[in-house]
Design a protein around this ligand. Structure first.
Ligand SMILES: [Zn+2]
Length: 457
């Protein structure tokens, strides 16, 4: 595995590094951020994505829980119905944030999990036992899918699973076996994918548009354009080169809930949605989430226009045509120059919409107000708890803080990670074989916005 700190950051991959750091921070605070890196073969997409394993923060879980139950928000079949005392009795442990991969040739049972039929039909002590799948094992961490376009093409059933996992935050996973009660578990995982749109079977948005839209951010990765950069990639950086330090995710996590979105930025985002007729609300949701993370990564507690300008192309590239994206970034760039724009008026320099009528204007005002309310609730959602489950936070012992948040005194561990010490996440003692009980609760939806509902309203 390449060391994240020593990879060369040229302009063609800069946005990918930034997006990955935003995604790790977001995952750490309990809100997935799904990324899709697109580019030609050999541009280093997956190398960079995999290198993130060397900088992942550590998370707290119930001791030995292979599904990474947060002690304050247990969600797995074995722990979610236990009383607080029993959870405390089990103890807790720290592991490195999970990072697992799914290939296009993976079997659905290994990805989702299966019912262990052997145990179910055993002559003595027969019971239904869940065999864990990759996705539930990656709870509170990251799943990497290389060649997602190929997966969508040859394994549509896996694409369906990803749609479920990425459809809500947290997502959900279902294990089904004929004649047995269906098992459902909520999962909070960030899905990171890579693909080469120029290779067979073509761009993901042409194969499975719905799946393409599930990605919060799409990052186009390109080749290095300069000779000295290629030289550094081939022969390593010069001795004087300073390795790029990884963000201190544990420290920044506390900042994320404090990042505020100023009123004029909310108006700007809302006006972009309405004026450019964005098809999906996910685009503006992703823009706000990413802008807040961008501010937090820089140690700020307020979203700036520059954050929006930086993240807008990533959040919208796969959702609008290039010309529209150009007009949108121009709108963001010029929004600060004309204060009238914050009230939803068009800034100077942007072509007026010839189809505007007083009725449309009124409708648009209503939409902006409703979207403003939606964005406010999204902001509180992102700043809320880790959202792993429905348990109230009073169950902890004072050590665990918020779900997804680091316990105190983790700095040393993080530093040891940065020096390249790998600490994998083995299933702990007592892991596995949680008994299946039915009926099971479905995962809770933190964010359930159906754009169609309120656009029509
Ligand atoms: Zn558990």
């Amino acid at each position: 595995m390449r060391d994240y700190a020593h990879l060369i950051r040229h302009p063609g991959v800069e946005n990918l590094f930034r997006a990955l750091e935003m995604a790790v921070l977001s995952t750490y605070v309990g809100k997935p951020l799904h990324l899709h890196a697109q580019g030609l073969r050999g541009t280093g997409k997956t190398t960079i994505m995999r290198s993130v394993r060397s900088i992942l923060p550590r998370i707290l879980r119930i001791k030995g829980c292979i599904y990474n139950c947060h002690p304050r928000a247990p969600h797995c079949p074995a722990h979610r119905d236990l009383p607080v005392e029993a959870i405390l009795e089990l103890g807790q442990e720290e592991i490195v944030m999970p990072f697992l991969e799914i290939s296009a040739s993976a079997k659905i049972g290994t990805v989702v999990g299966t019912i262990d039929l052997e145990r179910l039909t055993a002559a003595e002590g027969a019971k239904a036992v869940l065999l864990p799948g990759t996705i539930p094992l990656a709870h509170r961490g990251i799943i990497l899918v290389d060649e997602i376009n190929r997966l969508a093409d040859i394994a549509p059933e896996l694409a369906d699973v990803l749609l479920d996992v990425m459809g809500t935050k947290p997502g959900r996973i279902q294990v089904e076996e004929t004649g047995l009660p269906r098992v459902e578990m909520s999962v909070t995982v960030s899905v990171w994918a890579a693909s080469n749109p120029d290779e067979d079977p073509g761009p993901l948005e042409e194969i499975r548009r719905q799946l393409s839209d599930r990605f919060d951010l799409s990052i186009t990765v390109s080749r290095p354009g300069r000779q000295d950069v290629v030289k550094r990639i081939l022969f390593g950086p010069s001795r004087s080169a300073v390795p790029q330090a990884a963000p201190d995710f544990a420290a920044l996590a506390g900042l994320v809930p404090r990042v505020k979105v100023p009123e004029q930025i909310k108006d700007l985002v809302a006006s972009i949605y309405v004026d450019f007729s964005l098809e999906s609300l996910r685009g503006v949701e992703a823009m706000v989430q990413a802008a807040r993370l961008s501010a937090a990564l820089d140690g700020r507690t307020e979203v700036a226009r520059e954050d929006v300008l930086m993240v807008a192309p990533l959040a919208l590239e796969h959702r609008v045509d290039p010309a529209t994206l150009g007009r949108i970034t121009n709108r963001i760039r010029t929004s600060g120059e004309n204060s009238g724009e914050v009230a939803g008026q068009r800034p100077t320099g942007v072509t007026a919409n010839p189809e505007r009528t007083p009725e449309r204007e009124e409708q648009r005002g209503g939409l902006i107000r409703r979207l403003g309310a939606t964005l406010r609730s999204m902001a509180s959602g992102l700043s809320g708890n880790g959202g792993d489950g429905p348990r109230a936070p009073e169950q902890g012992d004072g050590e665990a803080d918020q779900p997804g948040e680091a316990p105190h005194g983790r700095q040393d561990d993080l530093n040891s990670r940065r020096t390249g010490v790998r600490q994998d996440c083995p299933p702990g003692p007592g892991a596995g074989d949680p008994e299946v009980r039915a009926p099971l609760r479905p995962g809770r939806e933190i964010l359930s916005l159906d754009p169609e509902d309120w656009v029509k309203g």
